[in-house]
Write a protein that binds this ligand. Sequence first.
Ligand SMILES: [Zn+2]
Length: 569
Amino acid sequence: MMEKHETDKAYEEGHPLMTDAEYDTKFGKNATAEYVNDTSAWEKMPHPDKFGGASLDKISVIVGGGFNFSELLDWSRVHYGPYCCSYKYDGISVNLIYEDGVLKHAITKGAGNLGEDILRNVLKMKNVRSVLFKPFDINLSIKAEIMIDQQTFEEVLKNRYVNARNGAGGAARAYDGENAHHCSLKYYGVVFLDELNADHDYDESGKFEMLQEMGFEHVVWKQASSITDVVNFYNDVLDKRASLGYEIDGIVVTRQTYPIPKHVENGDRPRYSVAVKLPYSEKRSRIVDIIWQNGMKGRITPVAIIEPIELSGATVSRVTLKNLDEIDRLKIAIGDEILVSRRGDVIPNIESNLTKRTESFFNFIPASCPSCGKLVSVERPYVFCRNSACSSKALGDIKTWVNTIKDHFNYRGFADKRIEQLYDSDLIKDASDLYSLTQYDLILLPGIGEAVSEDILDFAKYTEIPFSVFLTGLNIEGINHKMAKLVSERYETFGNLIESWDKKSLYLGLQRINGFGDFRALALIEGLDAKHDTWYGLLEYIEVIPDKKPKGDVLRGKKILYYRYIITA
Ligand SMILES: [Zn+2]
């Protein structure tokens, strides 16, 4: 007798033990999906972001991809015009799957590599078409961006989300679907699922005309006969950007015609279409103070406290200055007027200093460590605290990380004394260093035989870390696993938490969690801030997954394989 959990597990792992109909008969509910689940297939699906070179993995704290101008010019030497240019809206991408002209699935990229079917919410959105008229009542996939306009965001959702895109993501995926009706769709792609092998060229402007004939509100687009026209389109977008009412983060430039690629499995398609990013929007502010905070590997990092400004929907009041070279480059001092951006809409950055002085930046280097008070050591471009007691805090952090992961995965691992040994021999100075160790690193250490060495190297295999386990492992004062669970229930993904990275809204959000409290809200914010380098480093190697798979429609949270590859423009 096959158990339900075995069946579920096999299903999750992509090799179902029975058909969905059999599953229904046997276990009574769930999984009426017509799709087989397979993560790798989802990963392989072409995604418009890939054209810009952006990676879809990890969370969205990395600066978004996209060509800059000189890259566009290089591209245009290989890919001749005419071109089509269109707006690239900054929302949540969704694939609308129509079967015989009826909207059956709305697939968006969910947590990690999972696809999520958010059809139930999409049906509530403003300009969705649930049925297509003839002759389009066939099998096709429509690509769209889910958007919330700036005004609706300000009026209705500002208290809950940090910016309009964040709001669109929340509304699109929310279990209760309560804000879905605030969303609208901007359509930009159409693929005929049964005609993929057709031997004809792709027609980009024809695509937009067809979307219009189908009744879809397509994105703003224009034909461009030469690269000069593309540049004019780009400049025009820059002028209009602030008054559009929606966030756009770039333009998409596509050759007017190109051959439909036969093989899309490996993602090596020629780039017939590229995204060109718009410059980040910048605002003026003033430096109020420069503070120093302890970070990774004994480093003490300068942080500018600035007069609060609104940037991309969030209040920014502190900006990292990274290191001494950055201070030197900016010639920065307290009182200076600066231009600040939020790169990738998330991480604040000082783009330039409008005041520019000549005095030496060495005036600003602290004499003593803000954590332990011992004298610091200046080793450009960094300032270090070389006090071993101070670094024992760092060692404690690594131990907590290892032990949290060990506990969660029930993995034997290695003892604390091994961590100390690795730390003392300079192999690891931060938790993320554990993920790049090699056999070669370990072989020379006394007392580490093959078995121990394998146990240590095995640690790097545990790469899918649930949100609450991740937070617990960061060793932030007052944030034990129980408290981390509360945070994970409120924010669902680490990406959501980080996207609210503006102290005020994060504080308000955390405060609202029942049983969490003011003290912990502050401790978490300060802790994440102080340990920024650590978690940022970890994200290079691990993926933070939600604690719970989203519930809802039968397909939600399931891994989905398309029987046919979907090509998008
Ligand atoms: Zn110190």
